[in-house]
Design a protein around this ligand. Structure first.
Ligand code: ARG
Length: 459
């Protein structure tokens, strides 16, 4: 059967597998509303070019709104083999409703190339606005937990080995710091997404003097893209979103990994709410952190979409090539994955139970070896020497099989005579964290300052 859209020069039909291989309607139908909004703006601008009369425009607008109503009521009937994509489908239906004489004028000077880019940008900029809201909620959730739980001290790790005591809130805020940068980056990505390609035609521009700025304003774009060849083939706005989402998911994955470790019986610092855990079909005692494992796993899926689309686009010669259709599923899936992930993480963090006593119990006096060295630094001993001296104390405690804080003042003074009678005061975890008052440190005041900065960003 002859294809209505571009059938003029064709005599043969498509191979049946080619039909399904080629079509995009099963996913791009999700953007029916954007496609119709773009068509209305385009038709309206074509009154001034003289392509459409006021009456013709009114007919087209009314018809397009009727098509939209069919989608909304789930009554739109896709014609297999004919409705290749959302643009084709909407125009076919418009012709049936208002007649082909008027409907046939809508596509004057337009191409599916500027149409698809317009639809995707309209849709994506709104999804990025949603994402901004989800991310703000996540950040607020972390900030209020950090504020409420500021008293609790836990082991801080490097190489996953006990390193120095830190506030639990400081750890929370370390994750918030990464997400707050994702939040900042998001508004920059949004600004680049929200630019209009409408009116570019297939690649060369519009010959009827269409007012691209007026269409952009009607559609809520911030500006118009500057070059038609670049604009119709540009999928950077999607790639950039996938890169943004990938980095965010990398942060998600690291947060998830921390909480997975801390929720094991061996650590038991935290417990996940039932709402974000699942059980085992075989082992009755199991409570598995599936939400966190999915956050970690879905990061990989997101990176895959990013790398996949970059590879699809990198070899395309200038302007439109069908390879670009591969951007759809990567975009739709990533937006859903990232949006869901942010909301799941928010749920996990707002329902998480913490066990401060377990955190406290996991602290050990050797984690204060740095504080011991710093004690001597305050007496004027060069840090390189104090590091060595403190190391000798660690070795002595290890040799004696006693924790460092159980060594007597006299024993410590035998290692170095400059240890004073007040040396035992350093064996206090709260005191240790309270030493770190410089900006960005883990003292109470320094953590509170971080929380304030974050709250300001969210205002
Ligand atoms: N479904 C197509 C896409 O997503 C629409 C553009 C088709 N343009 C074309 N010249 N075949 O890329």
């Amino acid at each position: 059967k002859e294809n209505m859209l571009w059938g003029g020069r064709f005599t043969g039909g498509l191979d049946p597998l080619m039909v399904s291989y080629n079509e995009s309607i099963h996913f791009d139908r999700a953007l029916y509303a954007q496609d119709i909004a773009g068509s209305i703006a385009f038709a309206r601008a074509n009154i001034k070019t003289g392509i459409l009369t006021e009456e013709e425009f009114a007919k087209i607008e009314k018809g397009l709104l009727a098509v939209k109503a069919e989608w909304e009521a789930d009554k739109f009937v896709i014609v297999p083999g004919q409705d290749e994509d959302i643009h084709t489908a909407n125009e076919r239906r418009l012709g049936e409703i208002i007649g082909k004489d008027v409907a046939g004028k809508l596509h004057t000077g337009r191409s599916r190339n500027d149409q698809v880019a317009t639809d995707m940008r309209l849709w994506l900029r709104d999804r990025l606005t949603d994402m901004n809201g989800y991310l703000a909620t996540l950040l607020k959730t972390i900030a209020s937990r950090a504020e409420a739980e500021i008293e609790h001290v836990m082991p801080g790790y490097t190489h996953l080995q006990r390193a120095q005591p830190v506030r639990w809130s400081h750890l929370l805020m370390s994750h918030a710091t990464a997400f707050s940068q994702d939040y900042e980056r998001l508004s920059q990505v949004h600004a680049r997404v929200n630019r209009s390609p409408l009116g570019f035609g297939a690649l060369a521009g519009n010959p009827f003097g269409i007012d691209r700025e007026a269409m952009a304003t009607e559609l809520g774009f911030e500006s118009v893209l500057p070059n038609s060849m670049a604009g119709i083939a540009d999928r950077d706005f999607i790639i950039e979103t996938l890169q943004w989402g990938s980095l965010l998911m990398l942060h998600m994955s690291r947060l998830a990994e921390d909480l997975i470790i801390y929720s094991t019986a061996e650590f038991a610092f935290v417990r996940l709410a039932d709402a974000y855990s699942t059980g085992s079909s075989l082992m009755p005692q199991k409570k598995n952190p599936d939400s966190l494992e999915l956050l970690r796993g879905k990061a990989g899926r997101t990176f895959g979409h990013m790398a996949g689309l970059m590879m699809s686009v990198k070899g395309t010669p200038s302007t439109y090539n069908k390879d670009l259709q591969e951007s759809w599923e990567a975009m739709l899936d990533t937006v859903r994955t990232v949006g869901d992930s942010i909301q799941i993480a928010t749920g996990v963090l707002s329902t998480l139970t913490i066990f401060p006593a377990k955190m406290q119990a996991a602290l050990s006096p050797d984690m204060l070896a740095t504080d011991l060295a710093e004690y001597l630094v305050r007496k004027g001993v060069p840090f390189r020497d104090t590091h060595h001296i403190s190391g000798q104390v660690v070795a002595l405690a290890e040799k004696q099989g006693r924790p460092m804080d159980q060594l007597s003042v006299k024993e410590l003074q035998e290692v170095d005579a400059r240890f004073g009678d007040d040396i035992k005061s350093i064996f206090d975890y709260q005191r240790s964290v309270e030493q770190r008052t410089a900006t960005g440190g883990c003292s109470k005041s320094a953590v509170m300052k971080q929380i304030e900065v974050l709250k300001k960003l969210l205002e």
